[in-house]
Design a protein around this ligand. Sequence first.
Ligand code: ATP
Ligand code: MG
Length: 150
Amino acid sequence: ETVNVCSFMSKIYEKMLPAFQIKKIRLIHHCDTDLEINIDLKRFEQVMLNLLDNALKHSEEGTTVLFEVIQEEKHTKIIISDEGIGIPKEDLPYIFDRLYRVDKSRSRTGGGTGLGLAIVKEIIEAHRGTITAESVLGKGTRMIITLVTS
Ligand code: ATP
Ligand code: MG
């Protein structure tokens, strides 16, 4: 379907806000474009909820999670940044692999399956996009989705 990217992001924000409030983590979103994108709504929502859930799970009270839409000439970037525990450099190349988890002991109680980011990557690639991760251990993580929009 074709949707306005900013109204789509607002809906994601509304959905995730309560979980962030409970954990006392600030959730901020920035989107300033009238861009309409053609996406599989359900699946793209799954992507955003997955990434924000990861950011939430790996962040401490009092920190901020930001997601923003940046409109470039031919691309649209969606960036999700957190100030959480980060991902060790040696694990970073594998986090999009199926069932890969950095450390079972640090994962959510009642745990995820480790499928999250593999599915995220599949969906993004089905939209002819890419996803990359940047992270500094102890400082935070940034997930960057790039979509071709012209
Ligand atoms: P987890 O509960 O450990 O997040 P998951 O089932 O959600 O498991 P994925 O979402 O695929 O698995 O994440 C893969 C690995 O990358 C996990 O080991 C997780 O700890 C790490 N990871 C993902 N996002 C972040 C983040 N924002 N900050 C720190 N680590 C992250
Ligand atoms: Mg996850």
